[in-house]
Unconditional design. Structure first.
Length: 248
C-alpha cells in the first residue's frame, strides 16, 4: 500500500508526523506530493491540498528538509511526486542531487512523457534517484513496454482516464479488469501499483487483486479535510489507513 500526501497539507508542521503515522498504520511506500499551482492531472481534492500547502509557504527546500526529518526516524521508501515546472524552476540537476542527499527513493513526474524524459533521466541515473513512470488505459502496448524499461522501482498504473479523485466502485471496475490483463502481459520488469479512484478497503482489494499493490491519495486528503483541526483528527486518519489495508 502506497499513500500520497501533499507536503505541507494541512500544515507544514504536520507532514512528518503524518508520514510516520502512516507507516505505523500499515503504509509500505510514501508518495510525498510537491505542490504546484496548476496540477493538471489532479482533481479538486488534491488541487485544494496544493493550494493550502502553497499558501502555507511550502518550498522545494522545505520538502527536502521534511524528507531529512523523516529519515531520522524511518527508512520507509519515499517517492517525490509532482510536476516538472517546479523542478525546472529549482534546477533539474540540483533537484536530483538534493533528492539523493536527503534520502528520497524515487521521483514521479506525471506530466513528463517518457519519450521526452531524457533531460531528467541523465540526472536520475547520475544521482541514483529513479524515475517512476505511469501507464493509463489509453497507453499503447509498445509504449507500455517502453515505460516498463524506462521505469525503476514500480510502474504506476492509472486505473481510469481522467484526473485524481475517488470514484464510484462500478466506474472503476467496469473498465479496469481488461486494462490490468493488458498491463500484466506487457509490464515484465517492474512491479505494478495501481491508483486513481480508490476510496476504501473494498475498492482497493477489488482493483488491486491482480497487481502488486494499490495507491491512495484523494481519499486521505478528503479524510483530513473533513476532520482537521478537530480534536483526534489524526487518530481518525490513521484508523482510516489501517482500514484501507486490512478492512474493518
Amino acid at each position: 500500500m502506497s499513500l500520497f500526501i501533499t507536503a505541507g497539507y494541512p500544515h507544514p508542521d504536520e507532514t512528518v508526523d503524518l508520514v510516520l503515522g502512516f507507516e505505523k498504520s500499515g503504509a509500505d511506500i510514501i508518495e510525498l506530493g510537491m505542490p504546484f499551482s496548476d496540477p493538471l492531472a489532479d482533481g479538486p481534492t488534491i488541487q485544494h491540498s496544493s493550494e493550502v500547502a502553497l499558501a502555507n509557504g511550502i518550498t522545494m527546500d522545505k520538502i527536502f528538509d521534511m524528507v531529512i526529518r523523516i529519515r531520522e526516524a524511518s527508512e520507509i521508501p519515499i517517492v517525490l511526486m509532482g510536476y516538472i515546472n517546479p523542478v525546472f524552476n529549482y534546477g533539474i540537476e540540483r533537484f536530483f542531487k538534493r533528492a539523493a542527499e536527503c534520502g528520497a527513493d524515487g521521483v514521479i513526474l506525471p506530466d513528463v512523457p517518457v519519450e521526452e524524459s531524457g533531460y531528467a533521466d541523465e540526472y536520475a541515473k547520475r544521482y541514483g534517484v529513479p524515475i517512476i513512470c505511469l501507464v493509463a488505459p489509453n497507453t499503447g502496448d509498445e509504449r507500455m513496454q517502453l515505460i516498463d524499461q524506462k521505469s525503476n522501482g514500480f510502474v504506476y498504473c492509472v486505473s481510469i482516464a481522467g484526473v485524481t479523485g475517488t470514484r464510484d466502485d462500478s466506474e472503476v471496475s467496469s473498465s479496469v479488469d481488461t486494462f490490468i490483463q493488458r498491463v500484466n502481459r506487457k509490464i515484465k520488469k517492474n512491479p505494478v501499483m495501481i491508483g486513481f479512484g480508490i476510496r476504501n478497503h473494498e475498492s482497493a482489494m477489488a482493483i488491486s487483486k491482480h497487481v502488486d499493490g494499490f495507491i491512495v491519495g484523494s481519499a486521505l486528503i478528503d479524510n483530513i479535510r473533513s476532520h482537521y483541526p478537530e480534536k483526534g483528527w489524526k487518530d481518525s486518519l490513521f484508523e482510516f489507513v489501517k482500514e484501507l489495508k486490512h478492512g474493518k
